[in-house]
Design a protein around this ligand. Structure first.
Ligand code: SAH
Length: 341
């Protein structure tokens, strides 16, 4: 039997048509699933008994399974979810002054092998299905009170979203569907290590924000840190960013992890200034978040602020992003989808 949350609206329409039912009923089913969080077809009272019965015979509605919930001193909450195939993933709820952001995983593990990121240490297991992404939202919502609402989604959890493009696009469509979860596209950010053809495709097919994990200012260093750079080198990546159709007043975000002695020099900062010159962007500097058995180090506060100042002096919008949830390993690059023992 299939999980109905793995079907797009068009998929459900096609199924209904093949059953001799009215395709517009798909919309009703969608509203039940995503707007009213129905967990049983019996609840879908505006559908005929016969259709409900048929749905039950062909589909089920998954319920997210939360294995553990950890809460950081700063209010960040990390959920470990178990999938039906017993793989585990993590998602992170990040409360900020004016927003409540959910950081979503797109893969179990990650194939990229970036040296500074713990997610890739366990290797790549699989792409997440549509339902497995959507259920992260339902899991997080189930912990919130009626007044609390997730306002922003970032695909910055485990995995490389643009290597799971088709499911991620379906996810974006469902998340932004007006009569469903109804997130405004500008409240969704897809973060990528720089899969160029998929950046171009995303620009054509969705209207979401783009974040690019840059992390270096020369191909030499970026090749070492992020092997994907050998396939999609800096210059071509930045060209793709220039062409990304960011809506008016919106900017591409460049994430730049600062690692002592690796990419934190004054020369790096100056190179960054030149590299990004004609791109409407903002820069997030993320001081490296440590994890066991890593040789990388966070630079001194002084080195971080010197780097930051060079960007500000050159009129960039740049912030030092103090990663949230470090005490529960929920910060950038610390997710690995395992029970901590
Ligand atoms: N694969 C996508 C989505 C993951 S986002 C991408 O690369 O963008 C995870 C973010 O955390 C990336 O911006 C990455 O550069 C950052 N990151 C990874 N490991 C980190 C670490 N140890 N400390 C700080 N940031 C880290």
């Amino acid at each position: 039997m299939q999980n109905i949350k793995d079907l797009s609206l068009e998929d459900i329409e096609r199924w209904l048509a093949s059953m001799g039912e009215k395709p517009y009923r798909a919309l009703q089913i969608f509203v039940w699933l995503f707007n009213r969080s129905a967990n049983s077809f019996d609840n879908m009272t505006d559908l005929s008994q016969a259709l409900r019965q048929r749905l039950k015979e062909n589909f089920y509605i998954s319920q997210p399974k939360i294995l553990t919930k950890e809460e950081s001193k700063d209010g960040t909450e990390k959920l470990l979810l178990e999938l039906e195939d017993e793989n585990c993933i993590e998602c992170v709820l990040i409360p900020e002054e004016d927003r409540l952001t959910l950081c979503i995983s797109s893969q179990v593990g990650c194939p990229l092998d970036c040296g500074f990121c713990m997610t890739s240490k366990g290797g790549f297991v699989k792409n997440l299905k549509l339902s497995e992404m959507v259920d992260q939202i339902f899991a997080a919502q189930s912990l919130l009170s009626d007044e609390q609402k997730i306002t922003n989604l970032v695909l910055m959890g485990m995995g490389e979203p643009l290597l799971n493009y088709d499911e991620v696009l379906k996810f974006i469509n469902i998340a932004t569907y007006q009569k469903g979860l109804a997130f405004a596209p500008r409240r969704i950010t897809v973060s990528t290590s720089g899969i160029i053809p998929m950046i171009e495709k995303l620009g054509r097919e969705a209207k979401v924000n783009l974040a690019v994990s840059l992390n270096a200012t020369t191909d030499e260093i970026r090749n070492q840190l992020m092997p994907i750079n050998k396939k999609y080198p800096l210059k071509a990546l930045l060209n793709a960013c220039r062409k990304y159709p960011a809506a008016r007043n919106r900017h591409i975000t460049f994430e730049y992890i600062l690692m002592q002695g690796v990419n934190d020099s004054i020369e790096d900062a100056k190179r960054l200034v030149t590299l990004l010159k004609d791109i409407k962007c903002k820069i997030n500097l993320i001081p490296f978040n440590p994890f066991p058995d890593t040789d990388f180090k966070r630079p001194s506060d002084k080195a971080i602020s010197t780097f930051h100042k060079i960007l500000l002096d050159n009129n960039y919008v740049a912030i030092i992003r103090t990663s949230k949830g470090q005490d529960i390993s929920a910060a950038c690059g610390q997710l690995r989808g395992k029970l901590q023992r």
